[in-house]
Structure formats: C-alpha cells, structure tokens
Design a binder for this molecule. Structure first.
Ligand code: NDP
Length: 312
C-alpha cells in the first residue's frame, strides 16, 4: 500500500538528523530514509573534536546516535531503507524504496551526503580511522610532530597539506602527475611552506600495517617504476568526493560533478518543495557542523513551504 507523509528526509548524517529534529519539533512527522550507511561519513571517523558543545570530543558514531535519539524523542520516524528512485515531476512527489514500496510526500529534504574517494588499495577500507583518512580537518590534530602523506593534486590536497603542517613535523604531498590541478594561488601558498615536500609523478601502491593500524606506505615513481617504502602512520586522501546523487539524475538540477544545485546559498533546489542539505550540495565546507546547520535551514524552509501551500 502507498504510504503518505508531509515530509520525507533522505539521508541520516548530521544534515538529515538535524532536519529530522527540527521537522519533528514542528509537528511535521518526518519520515527519514536512513540508507545503507546510517550516520553517513561520520561513522567512519573516530574522535570528533570540532563539533561545538563537546568539550572533550565525541566519537562519530556516538554523535550520530545521539542526534538520531534526539529526533526520535520528538516523533521522527526512521526507516532502515534505501531510496531507489524518485519522481519529482509532479506533486505529490513519489519516492520508491529498494523493495519497490511507493511513498507520496509534499516535501523532500535530500541529505544523502557525499562519499570520499579512495585509491582502492588492498586493506585501505579497513584502515580508515587507523591511519588512513579523507579528512585532515577531522583527524589532523592526532598527528602532532609526525610525518604524514597527502595524496592528490587539487585544491583540497593543497588545503589539507597546508592545514596538516600546523601539527605534523613534515607533510609529503604525493601527486600522480607532474602538474597540479589546483589553482595557482593555492599552489603558491603550498610552495612557500617549508614543511611540505612534493613527490610528483608518484602514487601509493601498497599499505603496510600492524594491529594498531598503518605503519608504512609503498610509493612508486610512475616515470621510473621504482618503488620505495616510507614509514608513516598518517595517509590522507584528497582525491575528490562523489556526491550521492545518482538516483536523482534527470530529476533535480545537478552541477557537472553531480552536486545538487541550490538557489543563492539557500537549501532550495530548482523544484519548489524539494530542498537539499549537507555535503550533497556542498563541495567546499564538508563539516559536520555546517551540514547540521544546513539541515536546520532546510527543515525551516520546508516547514514554511508547507504552511504557505496549506494557507492557499
Ligand atoms: P579535484 O577533482 O579538483 O582534484 C582531485 C585530485 O586528485 C586531482 O589532482 C587528481 O589528479 C587526483 N586524483 C584523482 N583520482 C586519483 C587517483 N585514483 N590516484 C591519484 N590521484 C588521484 O578535487 P578536490 O577535492 O581537490 O576539489 C573539488 C572542488 O572543490 C574543486 O572544484 C576545487 O577547486 C574546490 N575546492 C576549492 C577550495 C578553495 O577554493 N579553497 C578548497 C577545496 C576544494 P589529476 O590532477 O591527475 O586528475
């Protein structure tokens, strides 16, 4: 049987949970699709020290679980299901889960996040949080006076490498080509930093580890094919993110990288009644706190949108 609701939230990271909390407290009885990775990217980090209000830090999974319980307390309904496809071409909007069940809704908040790209090396995924990271802002602090490696040649790699020099004694930037993709200004900043050394035409080909996590990486020079082993317990990936928007293709305006296009920095998309929050529409800040903030904004906009259509 078709299920109906006023507001459906897709995604359960900080953006989705915060939208759920605000919408539940506004009596919208939101339905939240938790997806295949409940809690989103934060469940792959260990300690979060930069989410305000937690003086001594909090683990990613615990923060997500707390947010979820808080939204549940006000009447949010969570479904451990994944959205398979949507039809935003007419109202009410249609959403289909992976079992083919249809849901009808007046508003939607898309908060499906983004997935950091990794190299695809053996054991890489199990070492995430144990020496392998895709977020220097989250994990850089744990590398005081250590030697770390950053992979990538775009603006993120420049920014992450520069940021890591606040903590690390030495940062090696590993890039597969002999030219950076990053903007000239970011490259200049990088070159002026004495703690950073660039290893061009180079790629990581193997990860060494013990029971505590990463211990060393194998680097291969792509011109000479020479491989060398480098001791380190910190490898940061900065090779891009993919927004989780495949199921939205042809339904919502997306930019050329697949991020949802929003209107003038608001959570509005090109379709009235469909809102976007968190990393799925933000390739720049990508922080738990900014995602939570945009989830709040999306819920407030959705609530106002619903009151406007109700009053007509
Ligand atoms: P980009 O896609 O710009 O860069 C990704 C980098 O990773 C490229 O150098 C690419 O190499 C490298 N790479 C990709 N796949 C692999 C792989 N399998 N192995 C090794 N290297 C790989 O992503 P960013 O995250 O850097 O930036 C995303 C967007 O955000 C950009 O538009 C950027 O300008 C913007 N941004 C802006 C900032 C600012 O203005 N302050 C800060 C951060 C991001 P190759 O070059 O060879 O393809």
């Amino acid at each position: 049987m078709t299920k109906q609701s006023k507001l459906i939230i897709i995604g359960s990271g900080p953006a989705g949970h915060t939208a759920a909390l605000y919408a539940a407290r506004a009596n919208l009885n939101p339905l939240i699709f938790e997806g295949i990775q409940p809690g989103g990217q934060l469940t792959t980090t260990t300690e979060i020290e930069n989410f305000p209000g937690f003086e001594h830090g909090i683990s990613g999974p615990e923060l997500m679980e707390n947010m979820r319980k808080q939204a549940l307390r006000f009447g949010a309904t969570y479904l451990s299901k994944k959205v398979d496809r949507v039809n935003f071409k007419h109202k009410p909007f249609q959403i289909f889960d992976d079992a083919g069940q249809e849901y009808l809704t007046e508003t939607v908040i898309v908060a499906t996040g983004a997935t950091a790209l990794y190299l695809g090396l053996p054991h890489e995924q199990e070492l995430i949080g144990k020496g392998v990271s895709a977020c220097a802002t989250c994990d850089g602090f744990f590398y005081k006076n250590r030697i770390v490696y950053v992979v990538g040649g775009g603006d993120t790699a420049m920014e992450e490498a520069t940021f890591l020099t606040k903590f690390a004694s030495k940062v090696y930037l590993v890039h597969r080509r002999n030219q950076f993709r990053a903007s000239r200004a970011m490259q200049e900043r990088l070159k002026k930093n004495p703690k950073i050394e660039c290893l061009m035409n180079t790629t990581v080909t193997e990860l060494k580890y013990d029971q505590n996590g990463l211990t060393a990486i194998m680097l291969t020079n792509l011109l000479t094919q020479e491989s060398t082993l480098h001791k380190t317990d910190g490898l940061f990936m900065a090779i891009g993110h993919t927004p989780n928007t495949r199921f939205l293709q042809g339904q919502l305006a997306l930019d050329d990288q697949g991020f949802i296009k929003t209107v003038n920095g608001t959570p509005e998309t090109d379709i009235p009644g469909i809102f976007a929050a968190g990393d799925v529409q933000d390739s720049y800040y990508r922080q738990a706190i900014t995602a939570a903030g945009s989830g709040c904004q999306a819920a407030i906009r959705a609530e106002r949108y619903l009151s406007e259509i109700d009053s007509h």
